[in-house]
Write a protein that binds this ligand. Structure first.
Ligand SMILES: NC(=O)c1ccc[n+]([C@@H]2O[C@H](COP(=O)([O-])OP(=O)(O)OC[C@H]3O[C@@H](n4cnc5c(N)ncnc54)[C@H](OP(=O)(O)O)[C@@H]3O)[C@@H](O)[C@H]2O)c1
Length: 259
């Protein structure tokens, strides 16, 4: 009798878990992401990773030419949109363009960012404003513009902060302020929307090979994190079981430049 009960239990469990596993494997196929600042660097690497999972991706950049060109090199499931994260109107138009093109919006990757590094004496008001307006207010505006669509799809918001959002350094007044602010903003946002079935994570990378701050992606390629590594991380987050939320992730090169 006990054996019969166990067999029935095992059979029922198999029926319940099989469709869930299947759903997890294919859950990204056909989903739609908007990546701010996806023309190069980390945003572009994340776009490549999402496209390999069957997602549709819109990338933005400040110039129409660079956004269109980058989207063309990503392939037919990508579109490029000229949009400046410093403008709410521009972000709202970008969200409308995504929904017109793909019918829905499931994932916002608030990635666009700039870096101005100088001592407090040399940090100009223009550099300060560019950093805060892009890295902090730009994420707020990107979230404001997309939240209704993301709530509708019970989607995911991921911000790209930085280890500079928890570790401060000399010549980092503007960048540290923007990224400390972004880390706090994202955690508070997570608390605001988690019960609407919207997931929120901030990824805080250390040094990544990209064009950031005028660098070349080739500089330190042997030891820095690569954009595709963060692409893999985003895919893993999106595929995580819905009951679990890694809300703040620090990620660094496993070795330093000098090792
Ligand atoms: N690289 C690192 O070591 C590192 C480490 C930690 C965190 N991060 C963060 O990662 C994010 C991406 O940086 P990255 O390393 O990939 O740098 P990147 O190679 O310089 O790329 C920056 C991207 O942001 C876009 N962008 C800049 N200002 C914008 C604006 N106002 N509106 C829309 N798009 C804008 C650029 O597009 P256009 O130039 O075409 O407009 C570009 O696509 C940033 O938030 C950065 O702070 C980088």
């Amino acid at each position: 009798m006990l054996k019969l009960i166990y067999s029935l239990y095992a059979f029922a469990k198999a029926i319940v878990t099989l469709p869930q596993n299947k759903m997890k494997m294919s859950q990204l196929n056909g989903k739609v992401a908007l990546i701010t600042g996806g023309t190069k660097g980390i945003g572009y690497g994340i776009a490549e990773a999402l496209l390999t999972k069957g997602m549709k991706v819109a990338i933005t950049g400040r110039s129409k030419a660079s956004a269109t060109q980058a989207a063309a090199s990503l392939g037919p499931n990508a579109i490029g949109i000229q949009a400046d994260v410093k403008s709410l109107e521009s972000q709202e138009k970008a969200v409308v363009a995504v929904i017109e093109a793909f019918g829905q919006l499931d994932v916002l990757l608030a990635n666009a960012g700039v870096g101005h590094f100088a001592s407090i004496e040399d940090m100009s008001v223009t550099q300060w404003e560019d950093t805060i307006d892009t890295n902090l207010t730009g994420v707020f505006l990107s979230v404001k513009a997309s939240l209704a669509a993301i709530k509708k799809s019970k989607g995911y918001i991921i911000t790209i902060s930085s280890l500079a959002g928890t570790n401060f350094f000399a010549k980092g007044t503007a960048y540290n302020a923007s990224k400390f602010g972004l880390t706090g903003f994202t955690q508070a946002l997570m608390l605001d929307v988690r019960n609407d079935d919207v997931k929120v994570t901030t990824i805080m990378p250390g040094s990544v090979s990209s064009h950031f701050g005028g660098r070349s992606p080739e500089d330190g390629k042997d030891w820095r994190i690569q954009p595709e590594d963060l692409g893999q991380m985003v895919v893993d987050l999106l595929q995580m079981h819905p009951r679990t939320l890694p809300s703040k992730i620090e990620v660094r090169p496993s070795k330093t430049a000098s090792s």
